[in-house]
Design a protein around this ligand. Structure first.
Ligand SMILES: Nc1ncnc2c1ncn2[C@@H]1O[C@H](COP(=O)(O)OP(=O)(O)OP(=O)(O)O)[C@@H](O)[C@H]1O
Length: 264
């Protein structure tokens, strides 16, 4: 018996535009995020990447367009940085316990998964950039999200810590079996795990698998030929593609549309 699986997006952005005064930050953005897929958003400074995340997180209403949310959606969010009041010291464990309806055992599990149990009693204000990002990742996984949203997660993390942090994000995704929407400039590190790259500069310039996007003239214009070659070098090691469920859907030298999610 043939079973037809209907792919239901976790989130669907439909024709989103955001205007600040005279400034158009986003224009006609269409994007679907399906379960268990990894989408990386790239784009030059000021392209609207953070604005897009804010709309998705309901932190900013779009000027026009709609966002549809799956009723089962649970979002875990890792912001670029958080603002801490230095006159009010708070430990890592206390910070994690501020999230509603979270059990102490879940906090302990998150601390262990991210190898930061030793920081439980440390003051948040004294953490290094890499430690802070791990704590924010631990907080994001507390409510067992099915969509993890990360805004430039390696900001303020030294070069050695960056690959380690991406490895932790990879492990977290596998543990939670969740989708990931991430803004990242480190495409050369994240591409191996990315199903789809969406390159934005107010509108979606190009979107697709890392190999498709790395050959797109718009992408090369923004990120340079050298970077595209790096992406191509890594991605062409794969001899197959995955669809939105992570299943192999075709060989990489054959045309395929199953893995695309962004609607241009
Ligand atoms: N609240 C706001 N009011 C006015 N303009 C804003 C506001 N938020 C963002 N902008 C402007 O909208 C544009 C997009 O900003 P956004 O922060 O989304 O870009 P970005 O792609 O995340 O940039 P970066 O890579 O530098 O972090 C920028 O020109 C920014 O100055």
């Amino acid at each position: 018996m043939k079973i037809n699986t209907i792919r239901v997006p976790l989130v669907e952005l439909d024709n989103i535009s955001v205007v600040f005064g005279q400034k158009i930050a986003l224009q006609n953005i269409n994007l679907q995020i399906f379960p268990n897929t990894v989408i990386t958003i790239v784009g030059p400074n000021g392209a609207g990447k953070s604005t897009l995340l804010k709309v998705l997180l309901k932190l900013l209403p779009p000027t026009t367009g709609t966002v549809k949310y799956n009723k089962n959606l649970r979002i875990g969010y890792v912001p670029q940085k958080i603002h801490l009041d230095h006159s009010l010291p708070i430990t890592v464990r206390k910070f994690l316990s501020l999230k509603k309806n979270i059990r102490a055992a879940d906090i302990q599990t998150a601390l262990e998964r991210l190898s930061i149990s030793h920081l439980a009693q440390s003051a948040m204000q004294k953490l290094s950039g890499g430690e802070m990002q791990r704590v924010l990742l631990a907080r994001a996984m507390l409510n067992k999200p099915n969509l993890l949203v990360l805004d430039e997660p390696t900001q303020g993390v030294d070069i050695n810590g960056q690959a380690e942090l991406y490895q932790l994000i990879h492990q977290t995704r596998e543990t939670l079996n969740c989708a990931v929407l991430m803004v990242s400039h480190d495409l050369h590190i994240v591409m191996a795990d990315t199903n789809e790259v969406v390159c934005i500069n107010r509108h979606i310039c190009c979107a697709g698998t890392p190999e498709t996007v790395s050959n797109d003239p718009t992408f090369i214009q923004h990120f340079g030929d050298q970077f595209s070659q790096n992406v191509a070098f890594y991605t062409h090691r794969h001899n197959h593609r995955h669809n939105m469920h992570g299943d192999v859907c075709c060989l990489s030298n054959q045309p395929c549309t199953q893995h695309m999610t962004a609607k241009k």
